[in-house]
Design a binder for this molecule. Structure first.
Ligand SMILES: *Cc1c(COP(=O)(O)O)cnc(C)c1O
Length: 361
């Protein structure tokens, strides 16, 4: 889609300066405790400008979950070391070896496929074995981690470079000193039993930052993979703003295509809406409403937070976002734009939607 007009709507405005400053704040916070930072670009679909802003802010690696995104970053000249965050599918092993310097993995099949692809390319591919400390997304369980590490260490073409963990993504498990320490005990056993000195102990994602701030990360943890907090300026466990960070590095803007005073309760028998939900409505009388030209194909309406007071998001169908603008400070008219900050899920949808323009500012 052509992104010529910087005022085209709907759009995401991306402030590179704010991302750089947020990245620097995270890098400084972690650096003081011996932790280096990988900047995670997946929520932006591997936007090269975002990666460059993170690198200016001091991150050491760029990490992404998808090979298509790593390809986009490489194609744009990003030359730092890259990390593939989601284990490649077996048929992607050759691409993974070509586009990533290291991969997070949790299966022997993946290790063997990467080893084969690396040997075919005449290189060595570094792998970080993921250990599941309770969140029940990826990772081998701690009781088989040493055995898996031993087997990976014997695969030709791959180098067991580190171990890592991820929490707070699926189960919502909160990182703690104790669950992070599992990795450090494992590191010691890998050193003593296998004679392998691991370079990277990768403690987790944005959810670990409050522990870093409270100086409660166990000594020896030396990598964090940070996306959300760097991009949206919030801690991810309770979504509180992190002091000194920008919350508006990404702003969503959409244009009003209808503004009218209407009843606040639908007329007629209520059945399911377009998404299978039966909704309830509070009667607030006749209210001024605006419809913006965007919808669930582009955003998550629950994740939009208007930048102006007196505007409330009522809901959305596929292509219509409905606002209550009765109490807005200005009179919103057809053709006017309304701007919002976004939750992580909403940003993910907006960056992924081909209908939303991405404008770097
Ligand atoms: C997405 C992801 C991250 C980054 O998570 P944020 O919450 O955005 O910081 C880190 N590690 C892995 C494995 C991921 O998939």
């Amino acid at each position: 889609m052509a992104v010529s007009a910087s005022r085209a709507a709907p759009r995401v405005e991306i402030s590179l300066d704010k991302i750089e400053e947020n990245a620097r704040a995270v890098v400084e916070m972690c650096g003081g405790r011996g932790i280096e930072v990988a900047g995670v670009t997946k929520v932006t679909c591997g936007q090269p400008e975002v990666a460059k802003a993170m690198l200016r802010g001091g991150v050491r690696w760029i990490a992404d979950s998808r090979l298509a995104n790593l390809g986009r970053l490489r194609g744009a000249g990003i030359s730092c070391e890259t990390i593939l965050l989601r284990a490649p599918m077996l048929h992607e092993a050759a691409e993974a070896v070509r586009l990533a310097d290291m991969s997070l993995i949790s299966s022997m099949e993946t290790a063997r496929a990467l080893g084969e692809a690396a040997r075919a390319r005449g290189v060595e591919h570094r792998v970080i074995l993921m250990v599941d400390v309770g969140d029940l997304r990826e990772g081998v369980l701690p009781d088989v981690a040493l055995d898996t590490a031993a087997r990976i260490a014997r695969v030709e073409g791959v180098r067991l470079y580190g171990i890592g963990t991820n929490v707070a993504c699926y189960g919502g498990v909160v990182p703690t000193y104790e669950n992070m320490s599992v990795l450090l005990h494992l590191r010691d056993r890998i050193r003593n039993d296998l004679g392998v000195d691991l370079e990277v102990i990768s403690g987790g994602n944005s959810s670990a930052l409050p522990l870093v701030a409270a100086d409660q990360v166990p000594q020896g943890m030396n990598q964090l993979r940070i996306g959300e907090s760097m991009l949206l300026g919030r801690d991810v466990t309770y979504r509180r703003p992190i002091p000194g960070m920008h919350l508006d590095a990404f702003v969503f803007a959409a244009e009003a295509i209808e503004v009218a005073r209407k009843p606040s309760v639908p007329q007629g028998e209520i059945g399911q809406d377009a998404f299978g939900k039966v909704r309830t409505f509070r009667d607030r009388g006749i209210r001024r409403r605006a419809i913006l030209a965007c919808g669930r194909q582009d955003i998550d309406p629950e994740g939009l937070r208007p930048l102006e007071s007196g505007i409330e998001v009522l809901g959305a169908s596929s292509d219509h976002l409905i606002l209550d603008v009765e109490d807005a400070d200005r009179e919103i008219r057809v053709g006017d734009e309304v701007r919002f900050t976004m939750s992580y899920g909403c940003l993910l949808a907006a960056m992924t939607s081909p209908y939303v323009h991405k404008v770097v500012v």
